[in-house]
Design a protein around this ligand. Structure first.
Ligand SMILES: [Zn+2]
Length: 216
């Protein structure tokens, strides 16, 4: 009788420990948003592609406040091939940017470096075609560097800061630990990890799955 009582207590302790571990992980986890290929446009390129003074048509809000998928699409053309119906994401930006996967780069014949959004020095250019015209951007093709958006309160609670590079754990059958995940903290952000379609497929994750930030 006594013996089985000890066994029961051990079992309960084990359960409590596992639950606490899972709760601690949850506290440091963020939802994953998978980015398909897309473009950001500046005012001048919007004018050329869709007409003078044209505006983006908001069709779906994205995970980050104020960011949205537009109804507008463009075709990107490289030396080897093209990608049709690339979604434009709003709002407009200071400089146009074309975000593709490495595989998309092979299709286009344009080889995107892995870059943080907006870091466009030395990146290849591309031609974009819209219903009103076409534009050849001198630079702006990237494969987005995986990153996590955090609001300041969440970053503080997790004990992390802007521009910190962390490791992240992804669960599941194809789960893995990812190095080189950039944290970006701003009051304009909501907690979310952004990876591209190829990374998502390699890891077997879909929108809304969770990634756990590892604090070494
Ligand atoms: Zn992002």
């Amino acid at each position: 009788m006594e013996k089985s009582q000890y066994a029961q207590e051990d079992f309960l302790r084990l359960i409590v420990r596992l639950v606490v571990e899972e709760l601690c992980k949850w506290e440091r986890s963020v939802p994953i948003g998978v980015s398909n290929r897309h473009v950001h446009l500046n005012r001048a390129d919007m004018d050329t592609l869709f007409g003078e003074g044209s505006e983006l048509t908001r069709v779906k809000d994205l995970g980050q406040p104020g960011q949205y998928a537009a109804a507008e699409v463009v075709t990107s053309q490289g030396s080897k091939g093209e990608l049709k119906r690339m979604r434009v994401l709003g709002p407009l930006r200071g400089e146009s940017q074309v975000e593709v996967s490495i595989g998309d780069g092979f299709v286009l014949g344009v080889h995107p470096p892995v870059r943080e959004s907006g870091q466009l020095e030395g990146t290849p250019g591309i031609k974009m075609v819209g219903p009103n015209g076409e534009v050849e951007v001198k630079r702006g093709v990237i494969a987005a560097l995986r990153h996590i958006h955090l609001d300041p309160a969440t970053a503080e609670r997790m004990g992390v800061h802007d521009k910190q590079v962390v490791r992240v754990e992804i669960g599941g059958l194809r789960g893995a630990i990812l190095n080189n995940v950039l944290l970006r903290v701003s009051d304009q952000y909501a907690p979310e990890m952004h990876i591209d379609v190829e990374e998502a497929n390699a890891l077997g994750v879909k929108n809304g799955d969770r990634a756990v930030i590892l604090l070494d």
